[in-house]
Design a binder for this molecule. Structure first.
Ligand code: ZN
Length: 108
C-alpha cells in the first residue's frame, strides 16, 4: 500500500474551459508505418502526432510540443496523445493477446 503523502500544487496554466475542452477531446489512434502510432484529434484542429516506444525506457514518446517541453521537465509525463495510445494498446491487448491462463494472480 502506498501511504506516501504528496503535496499537491496546482501548476496548470490552463483555464477551466481549456481543461474541459482537452478532456472531452477525442483522439483517434492508428498504427503508423514503419513503426509506432499516429494520434489525431477528431476535431481536426490539430495536426497528427507520431508516437513511438522509446527503446531505452520502454515508454511512449510523442512529437507534440506539450510532450517535448513538459516531458523534459517531468520524467514520465504523459500528454493526451500518450494517454490515448495507452488506452488503444490496452484494448487491443485485451481483445487479441490477453490470456487468463498465463495471468499470475497477485494474491495466492
Ligand atoms: Zn502528444
Amino acid at each position: 500500500m502506498n501511504a506516501k503523502k504528496k503535496l499537491t500544487v496546482k501548476v496548470s496554466s490552463f483555464t477551466p474551459a481549456e481543461e474541459r475542452a482537452a478532456r472531452s477531446e477525442r483522439i483517434e489512434v492508428n498504427e503508423a508505418e514503419p513503426y509506432g502510432w499516429m494520434a489525431r484529434s477528431e476535431s481536426g484542429a490539430e495536426q497528427d502526432y507520431h508516437l513511438y516506444c522509446e527503446p531505452r525506457t520502454r515508454r511512449l514518446a510523442c512529437t507534440c510540443a506539450d510532450f517535448v517541453f513538459r516531458g523534459n521537465a517531468e520524467p514520465g509525463y504523459e500528454c493526451k496523445h500518450v494517454s490515448a495510445v495507452l488506452k488503444y494498446l490496452g484494448r487491443r491487448y485485451l481483445a487479441e493477446d490477453y490470456d487468463p491462463q498465463h495471468q499470475h494472480p497477485h494474491a495466492a
